[in-house]
Structures are given as C-alpha cells and as structure tokens.
Design a protein around this ligand. Sequence first.
Ligand code: ATP
Ligand code: MG
Length: 285
Amino acid sequence: MSTTSTLLQVERVSVRYTLRGAGLLAPARALEALSDVSIAIPEGGRLGVVGESGSGKSTLARVLLGLVRAQAGRVAWEGRTVDYDDATAMRSLRRELQVVFQDPFGSLDPRMTAGQVVGEALQALAGPVATVAAQDRIRAALSEVGLAPAFANRYPHEMSGGQCQRVAIARAIVARPRLLVCDEVVSALDVSVQAQIVNLLHELSERYQMSLLFISHNLAVVRHLCDDVAVLCQGRVVEQGSRDAIFGDPQVQYTRELLAAVPEPDPTLQRARIALAVNVSRVKR
Ligand SMILES: Nc1ncnc2c1ncn2[C@@H]1O[C@H](COP(=O)(O)OP(=O)(O)OP(=O)(O)O)[C@@H](O)[C@H]1O
Ligand SMILES: [Mg+2]
C-alpha cells in the first residue's frame, strides 16, 4: 500500500455567484456554481476533474488560486487551512501551486519572448536569481517542455498553439511547484498535439513527483493521464474514485452519459500512451 500524504484537500466547498437581474428592477439572483465539493490530491497524485460545460470545473480552479472566494468549506494544503487573506501565506502557496489555462495564445503576453515569460515567473516565484543562473534555469525549463534554447527569443505569434502551451507549462514549472492545476490545457490544440502535451505532463509529474489537478471535458485524455477522477455535475461531485472504477464501472447515469460521448479507444492517445511508457522507463533508468 502507498503511504503518500495528502497534499491538497478541498472540503465541502460551496461557491455562489450573484447574477444581476434581467431588468432594471429585477432582483439579483444567485447561482450555486459549486455545492459541497470535496476532493483530495495525494503528493505526486494525478486527479482528473470532468464534467460538462458549466459544471463548475474552472470555478474549482479559481477557488484554489484565491481568485474566487468560497462561501462555505475550506481548502487545506498539507493539512493546514489556506488563509486567502494572508498575503505572506499566499506568496508561498503560489510557489507551490501553479496553473496553466486553456488558451495558449491568450495566456502569454504578446510583447514578451518565451525566455522573458519564463524568466519573469522565475523572478516572481523564486526571488532574485543571478542572471547567469537564471538563464540556465530558463533554458532548462524550456528544454524540459521540449523546446530548443532558440525558442527563448521567440514571441507568441512566432509559435504554434502547442509551442505556446509548452511555454505556459515551462513558466508554471520553472520554480518547481508541487501541484500543477491544468484547466482545459489541451482543448484548443490538435489531437496529435494534445497527445504530446499529455505525454509531457505525465512525464513531468513522474519525474518531479509533481501532483496534477487536470480539469477537462475530454475523458479520453483524463483516462490516459490521471489515477483518480472526480465527476462534476451542476456544481456537485456526483462520483469519484480510481480511474479504473470510474471508467470500468461507473455508478452514476451522468458519468455513463459522459463516457458514452467519448469515442473509445482513442488511437492517437493509445499510441501516446505506448510512447509514454517507453519514455518513462528511459527516464527511470
Ligand atoms: N464570474 C461569474 N459570474 C457569474 N456566474 C459565473 C461566473 N463564472 C462562472 N459562472 C457560472 O458558474 C457556472 C460554472 O462555471 P465554470 O466556468 O466553473 O464551468 P466549467 O465547468 O469550467 O465550464 P466550461 O467547461 O465551459 O469551461 C456556470 O453556470 C457559469 O455560467
Ligand atoms: Mg472552464
């Protein structure tokens, strides 16, 4: 049995958004985006969060980052409740918890080269780093995501979507976070590029024992990447368990419907999985 400890815990979190009424005098309405949500990620574990559009996946990511406040429940990091009002605690949490979003172009500043993007994150997260050491770390981070050193001088408009997403991942991992939150990071990419990015995330997670919270409506991808899966439906976790349990024996009709919408097996991801097994065994040698 594994004895890994819990890195991140979300306990009975609820989030309500206030929506303005349709007319001038119409009363404001509340929308419960998350209701009583509990999930846990062990050190080095990979949790997939799936659910249809509007089910609350991104809201969950925003709560973890402190971008949205929960009205109820708590988030705990290594067993300690996260105080989102404590600036010092938040700075240290940011070093350990990083995020990558869906839009590979939109998430990068068009006026900054890839090297500057990664360098800025390094300075912000790791504090002042001597120039030479910083250059080394920027090059290392780019190489880790499969980009040659020359990419350091490229601007977003000089790169493909997949390459931009690699830069966004390099920025997120340069200060060695312990948890990477990925919100639909492959949705905007071609299927073959999706497989490469999934491959890369798996490899980084294995190599550095980096935990992943992988948010996606693409169940085929989640199946290939994650150990555990939580299924969100209208803000509630309706089912969660090991990958094999969720995919092999779903208990809830909503999960079955989500699964039925997936073309399975996905040959591209199947191939990626095989390549992945080879790569991981190479890394371990
Ligand atoms: N800032 C906001 N104000 C009001 N309602 C919001 C806000 N952000 C999200 N919502 C609503 O909350 C619900 C959950 O949204 P969320 O973005 O978390 O869903 P999601 O699962 O990430 O969807 P998608 O797969 O489309 O990205 C939706 O009904 C959405 O319309
Ligand atoms: Mg979303």
